[in-house]
Design a protein around this ligand. Structure first.
Ligand SMILES: Nc1nc2c(ncn2[C@@H]2O[C@H](COP(=O)(O)OP(=O)(O)OP(=O)(O)O)[C@@H](O)[C@H]2O)c(=O)[nH]1
Ligand SMILES: Nc1nc2c(ncn2[C@@H]2O[C@H](COP(=O)(O)OP(=O)(O)OP(=O)(O)O)[C@@H](O)[C@H]2O)c(=O)[nH]1
Ligand SMILES: [Mg+2]
Ligand SMILES: [Mg+2]
Lengths: 291, 280
């Protein structure tokens, strides 16, 4: 789609061996528009375009190739490099129980991701424990308990206790019972809610999770940058899970999250069922963002 | 962004950034800036304060809607049926509880119906809200046909002479045709049982969602015919500017805004306040 649009935009600009500034700027105007339409953050898109511009100007254009194709290839490759990096797996290397904490905004899909990760781990032979650390949302404990039942993973629910204590007690129980992986499902919250963010900081200090994953909706708009910055600054995230990727959101938030935190996107949610968890593929994401 | 007459390029770029970062989107932003350039052409000299005023006025013109000037709680028949739909996790169940409270505060009787037969503990979640509100709730058997539950709830509301019936549905992606068909069936069943039912069909949008909200609005509107949007989670940092594009292209007004997780956190949409917040 982008290549087609660029081909028509650059139709009359035949590159003579090298990409001129004029051709590159013309092409990048369309690329920038595509990225903003895909929800890439305004500033992130600006920085990205500037980097690509430097790489593109002066690039060789073979006789058989159109200038648009060269620009799109440079953009696509740069996007893949930015999105990619380390492998998308959980760090299960710690001896004893691996504690994985899930955080994010309201309704982003944390509880469902907890269930998905639990199923994923249990099917790899890991003794897993789900922990209901959301004491605010009506029936949050019931929701997680039902998910645990569906996949035969025990769920730790302690009504009346505070989240920090719940997580601490769960970790103790995990150590006693030789549990391999503990998944802490926390309540959705704003990155600007000082009290609720402090609660996450307290859990982290008390329990020292091996992984802190930001669960973010693939359709998040421009604010992806601010929420990522804040969660990462306070918690030093180990990775991101992008949910609801089975929809038609272009997912530019992925680039924003990655650009702002530098942390890897480890998994994507591809549906409501607990088996709908897939590894993150940077090249597929790049094509999706560019449309 | 090129400069234009008395509008210098830097100022236009600042305006563009504010609008894009408010999730207004590329196309609508371009349209607003184009309108600004035309007005500046006509006016000759424009001060920066005037530029902001022109943009605000353009947006208010798009968002303004006679329908929202009607009595804020139209009750056309007994019961007044409100069908609530939307993508996963946008805030439907919570918003329904808040909406019920608004009606209760005005002395109306309310019945809630949980037609989410899929999500784990969906019944339990709505039940807790119903208990807090002191209203009845029709629950479902997980896996049951949501249209059958809606039908039962409507019959119950009619039998008891309830003023307002609010129907909660499962979250679903607009791209899943079988799930959209399920919604259409719920609507058909209601329409057969009561004239003009459902009297309101609200799409709950998450204010933190970007351009995909347009696709959501379009497909839910095609399937159900929306009477309005409930823009939830506007108490964060997202501006929800996407509703401008939705109103401009689909003529669907915003009816309510959700500004928190508690029962009192729902307000009727105020265009002036919304546009003010967009530029703050
Ligand atoms: N289609 C689709 N739906 C998803 C996906 N992940 C989660 N959901 C749905 O999104 C909705 C919200 O999921 P939850 O797991 O309750 O979200 P949460 O972040 O725990 O919500 P809070 O605890 O209230 O903040 C539910 O309807 C889920 O079924 C996904 O990958 N695809
Ligand atoms: N801050 C804030 N949170 C909200 C608002 N509305 C809903 N929420 C939260 O968003 C999360 C999801 O709300 P639900 O009411 O379960 O959303 P839903 O659309 O019914 O979700 P599904 O049924 O899974 O599709 C919960 O944690 C709510 O407390 C709002 O206006 N502001
Ligand atoms: Mg949850
Ligand atoms: Mg719900």
């Amino acid at each position: 789609e982008l290549t087609r649009r660029l081909n028509s935009a650059l139709r009359d600009l035949r590159g003579r061996g090298k990409l001129s500034e004029k051709i590159v700027d013309e092409a990048l105007r369309d690329v920038r528009r595509a990225m903003l339409e895909a929800d890439v953050n305004y500033q992130v898109a600006k920085d990205f375009i500037r980097r690509v511009r430097e790489k593109a100007i002066g690039q060789e254009v073979l006789k058989s190739v159109r200038p648009a194709q060269v620009v799109v290839k440079i953009v696509h490759d740069e996007l893949v490099q930015l999105l990619g990096g380390e492998a998308s797996t959980l760090d299960l290397s710690s001896s004893g129980s691996t504690v994985i904490m899930l955080v994010g905004l309201q309704g982003s899909g944390k509880t469902t991701v907890a269930g998905k990760l639990a199923l994923h781990l249990r099917s790899r032979g890991k003794k897993t424990l789900l922990v209901a650390a959301d004491v605010y949302r009506p029936a949050a404990g019931d929701q997680l308990s039902l998910l645990g039942e569906q996949i035969q993973v025990p769920v730790y629910v302690a009504s009346g206790k505070k989240p920090v204590e719940i997580c601490a007690k769960a970790k103790e129980r995990a150590r006693r019972e030789g549990i391999d992986a503990v998944l802490l499902d926390t309540a959705g919250r704003w990155h600007i809610d000082k009290e609720m963010m402090q609660e996450l900081v307290d859990i982290r200090r008390k329990v020292a999770p091996d992984e802190i994953l930001l669960v973010a909706d693939a359709m998040t708009g421009q604010e992806a940058v601010n929420l990522a910055k804040e969660f990462d600054a306070l918690l030093d995230l180990s990775g991101v899970v992008l949910t609801k990727m089975d929809g038609d959101a272009r997912g530019g938030a992925a680039l924003s999250l990655r650009a702002v935190t530098g942390k890897p996107i480890k998994y994507v949610g591809m549906g409501e069922k607990l088996d709908a968890l897939e590894p993150f593929y940077p090249d597929r994401m790049a094509s999706r963002i560019l449309g | 962004v090129r400069g234009h007459g008395c509008l210098d390029a830097e100022l236009l770029e600042q305006m563009e950034e504010i609008l894009i970062r408010g999730d207004v989107g590329v196309e609508t932003t371009a349209k607003l800036l184009e309108g600004l350039k035309e007005k500046s052409r006509a006016a000759g000299q424009l001060k920066p304060g005037q530029i902001l005023a022109i943009l605000r006025q353009q947006i208010e013109e798009i968002l303004g809607d006679e329908r929202s000037k009607e009595s804020s709680l139209p009750l056309s028949s007994t019961p007044h049926v409100i069908l609530v739909a939307g993508v996963n996790g946008t805030g439907k169940t919570t918003s329904i509880a808040k909406l019920a409270k608004i009606y209760l505060d005005r002395g109306r009787t309310v019945l809630l119906a949980s037609c989410d037969t899929f999500r784990a503990a969906a019944n339990e979640q709505l039940e807790i809200w119903a208990r807090r509100l002191g209203v009845g709730m029709v629950k479902n058997q997980p896996g049951a046909d949501p249209a059958a539950v809606a039908f039962d709830a409507l019959r119950a509301a009619q039998a008891r002479g309830i003023d307002v019936l609010i129907i909660d549905t499962a979250g679903r992606l607009h791209t899943k045709s079988t799930l959209m068909e399920e919604l259409k069936k719920i609507k058909r069943v209601i329409g057969k049982q009561i004239q003009n039912g459902p009297h309101e069909t609200l799409l709950v949008l998450d204010a933190t969602v970007g351009q995909n909200a347009i696709s959501q609005a379009r497909l839910f509107h095609e399937a159900l015919g929306l009477s309005g949007i409930l823009l939830a989670k506007l108490d964060g940092t997202a501006k929800g500017g996407i509703v401008i594009a939705i109103k401009d292209r689909l003529n669907i007004p915003v009816s309510y805004i959700g500004i928190g997780e508690n029962l009192d956190d729902l307000e009727r949409f105020d265009v002036g306040k919304f546009v003010g917040a967009l530029f703050s």
